[in-house]
Design a protein around this ligand. Structure first.
Ligand code: NAP
Ligand code: G4F
Length: 352
């Protein structure tokens, strides 16, 4: 009988980590997740995988650790002995990386080499092999030197976040070439979902649409509406991660839809879906401008299509509709609570 595989996911509490955990469980993996200790609950996106303690799926196991704590990484590798590692953990907000450059570089840059070192040592003393996935980003193309962007397009990072991701990208290539690690980079373009963090622009917009529709909010404050992004659906993108680790040879792949839209177009689509006019509700707040902006991202996913057989299944309009529908329902539930006398949760103005 073939032994079921096991995987370790850093960043399992994030958008991608939750979709990937679900996907790997359907593939019969044992899934280990690294989670950080937090003073408030941070497992909301994976709680449904735990719901009933009696039906608790023992194939999902969480471990406390941190990419900034190398001893925790080594201990978790020893305990879990994974066949595959997906390194999704990161301070993933570009705007915030300008406020916290050292922390971002430590986690998103050095965190990767800490994990790779742990893998290298683990392989040398156990003689077992681990396949490694690194969450690289289209943000690395920054001030783009070529459009569409592909695997061979040079990087021109425009933020501390992107600089850290470029470091992680190349250190992953370096460990592959130096030590023969099966280590791949997925250069993923923006991908969204109803589980997207609420401070990223797409979710900030769809949350606002839901709340405005239900009378819980009047305005949404945004920055640069002209930036263009190649937006796909996160559920599709985690499948590309998995496909990369099923290849005999490790390699680097662009994962994108091959279409680009502006923030303004996203706004129009989202407000129209709720029968609203975005001009009535949007105000520009310079607080959301970035010291250096990435104006245009458009990926060429030809290599992923040809070598991995990967295709996106959700287009732009469908993605926007999915997010708006979800956030309309969420706002309806909030409205019920507000009507019953509960307070709307405040974000203290830190909605980057
Ligand atoms: P996300 O929702 O922000 O999730 C980030 C995850 O990283 C969370 O689970 C977070 O834990 C964890 N984390 C943060 N700092 C950590 C640390 N020091 N040690 C361990 N874990 C830590 O991000 P995402 O959208 O799922 O993205 C997943 C990865 O892909 C990230 O590396 C991101 O940079 C990259 N990426 C994302 C996109 C995109 O469009 N979504 C595109 C390209 C690349 P807490 O829950 O405790 O905060
Ligand atoms: O949604 P965003 O914050 O995503 P961004 O900066 O493209 O980064 C995301 O995608 C990357 C892949 O390319 C990931 F690596 C990264 O981890 C993250 O997931 O901003 C998108 C655009 C930007 O041009 C920004 O200036 O929207 C513009 N924008 C306009 N108003 C805003 C806002 N962004 C945010 N977050 N908040 C605003 O109010």
């Amino acid at each position: 009988m073939v032994k079921a595989k096991s995987a370790l996911i850093t960043g399992i509490t994030g958008q991608d980590g939750s979709y990937l955990a679900e996907f790997l469980l359907t593939k019969n993996y044992t899934v280990h997740g690294l989670i950080r200790r937090s003073s408030s609950f941070n497992t909301e996106r994976i709680d449904h995988l735990y719901q009933d303690p009696h039906a608790h799926d023992p194939r999902l196991i969480l471990h406390y650790g941190d990419l900034n704590d190398p001893s925790s990484l080594r201990r978790i590798l020893d305990q879990t002995q994974p066949d595959e590692i997906y390194n999704l953990g990161a301070q993933s907000h570009v705007r915030v990386s300008f406020d916290m450059p050292l922390y971002t570089c430590d986690t998103d840059g050095l965190g990767t080499v800490r994990l790779l070192e742990a893998v290298r040592d683990f392989e040398s003393y156990t003689r077992r092999r681990i396949r490694f996935y690194q969450a690289s980003s289209s943000e690395m193309y920054g001030k783009v030197v070529e459009t569409p962007q592909k695997e061979t397009t040079p990087f021109y990072p425009r933020s501390p976040y992107a600089c850290a991701k470029v470091f992680s990208h190349w250190i992953t290539v370096n460990y592959r070439e130096s030590y023969g690690l099966h280590a791949s980079n997925g250069i993923l373009f923006n991908h969204e979902s109803p589980r997207r963090g609420e401070t990223f622009v797409t979710r900030k917009i769809t949350r606002a649409v839901g709340r405005i529709h239900h009378g819980l909010q009047k305005k949404v404050f945004l920055g640069n509406l002209e930036a263009k992004r190649d937006w796909g659906f996160a559920g599709d993108y985690v499948q590309a991660m998995w496909l990369m680790l099923q290849q005999d040879e490790a390699d680097d792949y662009v994962v994108a839809t091959g279409k680009t839209y502006s923030v303004r177009q996203f706004l129009e689509e989202a407000f129209t879906a709720a029968g609203l006019n975005w001009q009535d509700h949007v105000e520009i707040d310079p607080r959301y401008f970035r010291p250096a902006e990435v104006d245009l991202l458009l990926g060429d996913p030809a290599k992923a299509r040809e070598k991995l057989g990967w295709e996106p299944t959700v287009g732009f309009k469908e993605l926007v509709r999915m997010m708006v529908e979800h956030d309309m329902e969420l706002a309806a539930r909030e409205k019920t609570l507000v009507d019953a006398g509960h307070q709307m949760p405040a974000n203290c103005g830190h909605d980057q």
